[in-house]
Design a protein around this ligand. Structure first.
Ligand SMILES: Nc1ncnc2c1ncn2[C@@H]1O[C@H](COP(=O)(O)OP(=O)(O)OP(=O)(O)O)[C@@H](O)[C@H]1O
Ligand code: SF4
Ligand SMILES: [Mg+2]
Length: 350
């Protein structure tokens, strides 16, 4: 039994102009102890997916289809009262901004204590002792438990949130861009810390990020999302070394490698699709340098291209050529659509 089993999940938002499908037929599993990444540009549906799993969607969002199975329990339609039995204990959350998540007028120690006491009947002394252990684990001095949030730096506050997420020893921790508000050095320290804790405690971690170099450094498996759909899904090593989907190749070009030689950064031209008016066929066809006639008309189905490696592109057999040609910045610059939204179709060069 997988720790988390997401099946054919669809999430919609009710807008004045109609329904927006932000997560479209998404399926994947997370095993115990796995470090899992979700990557994609802004608006690809990463946070919506994470929040749907946590069952923390905003009021206008709802799960329209599919199932979320946590530790064998189908929590898709659970009420808040039912969810309180699994929140923090079986799955917890590291949010993006510590400033919004912490109460500015309460001591940090009391806030951690409160989150533990909401689920467990323990004394203040025992709660503070446990909070002290969590502080050590995230690299904070337990003597600072009596301080207030404003006495901590941004990076330290983010460590507090990591400590809180661990306070009831959950099996799965979901972190949505946990380092966005931090500078590069602090960001690396926090990701390192999360990585160490995950390995030490054998927790499952679902990390949402727009930065493919972050998943490269940290995650065992990665999902690449585009326009609310999974376009590629595999173990992170093969996904990055042997990408099958042109969008994954584009994302790889657009971020600097954390290690290795300096490379030219090539951005993907254009912008992510408007989900109220998504492109026909393959949603990436308006930006894909390898698009052909078929891509405009027919939607690719996600298929297993190698054992455990899934991609949603019509041309898996052309992947070696795509990989070779994707490093050419000129190719991406040419991948533009004309004003009447018709693609300048190129024939494959095989
Ligand atoms: N509360 C909401 N109401 C209506 N639409 C929303 C809401 N939240 C998100 N959306 C829309 O759903 C789509 C997916 O958004 P989501 O925030 O999940 O993307 P994301 O991948 O997390 O992006 P980012 O990297 O910017 O955080 C977008 O089109 C977005 O505009
Ligand atoms: S299906 Fe076509 S448009 Fe979509 S990624 Fe593959 S080649 Fe590009
Ligand atoms: Mg987001």
């Amino acid at each position: 039994m997988s720790l988390l089993d997401v099946r054919n999940l669809e999430v919609v938002y009710q807008l004045r102009k109609g329904l927006l499908k932000a997560v479209d037929n998404v399926s994947f599993t997370i095993e115990k102890g796995e470090y899992f990444g979700i990557v994609g540009e802004s608006g690809s549906g990463k946070s919506t997916l994470a929040r749907a799993i946590l069952r923390l969607l905003p009021k206008n969002g709802k799960i329209a289809n599919g199932q979320i199975i946590l530790n064998g329990k189908d929590i898709t339609q659970w009420s808040d009262r039912q969810l309180s039995t699994v929140r923090w204990r079986e799955m917890s959350f590291i949010p993006q901004s510590a400033m919004n998540a912490l109460d500015p007028v309460a001591r940090i120690g009391d806030q951690i204590l409160e989150s533990i006491q909401a689920h467990e009947n323990i004394t203040k002394e025992e709660g503070y002792r446990r909070a002290g252990e969590l502080f050590k684990m995230v690299g904070l001095d337990p003597n600072r438990l009596r301080d207030y949030p404003h006495q901590f730096s941004g990076g330290m506050r983010q460590r507090v949130l990591i400590a809180m997420s661990l306070s009831l020893n959950p099996d799965l921790i979901v972190a949505d861009e946990p380092t966005t508000a931090l500078d590069v050095i602090v960001k690396d320290q926090i990701l390192d810390r999360i990585d160490r804790i995950q390995k030490q405690l054998q927790k499952s971690l679902l990390l949402v990020t727009h930065d493919i170099s972050v998943v490269a450094e940290n995650c065992d498996k990665t999902i690449v999302m585009y326009g609310g759909k999974i376009v590629e899904y595999a173990a992170t090593g093969p996904l990055l070394r042997q990408a099958y989907h042109p969008y994954t190749l584009g994302l790889k070009n657009a971020f600097p490698r954390l290690r290795g030689p300096i490379q030219e950064l090539i951005s993907i031209p254009g912008s992510p699709p408007d989900l109220m008016n998504a492109p026909s066929g393959c949603r990436f066809h308006t930006r894909c340098p390898f698009a052909q006639e078929r891509c405009i008309e027919e939607e690719p189905i996600i298929t297993e291209v190698e054992p455990g490696h899934y991609s949603a592109c019509h041309f898996p057999e052309l992947a070696p050529e795509f990989r070779e040609r994707a490093a050419d910045g000129q190719l991406w610059k040419q991948a533009r659509i004309t004003k009447n939204r018709e693609l300048q179709v190129r024939k494959p060069s095989v």
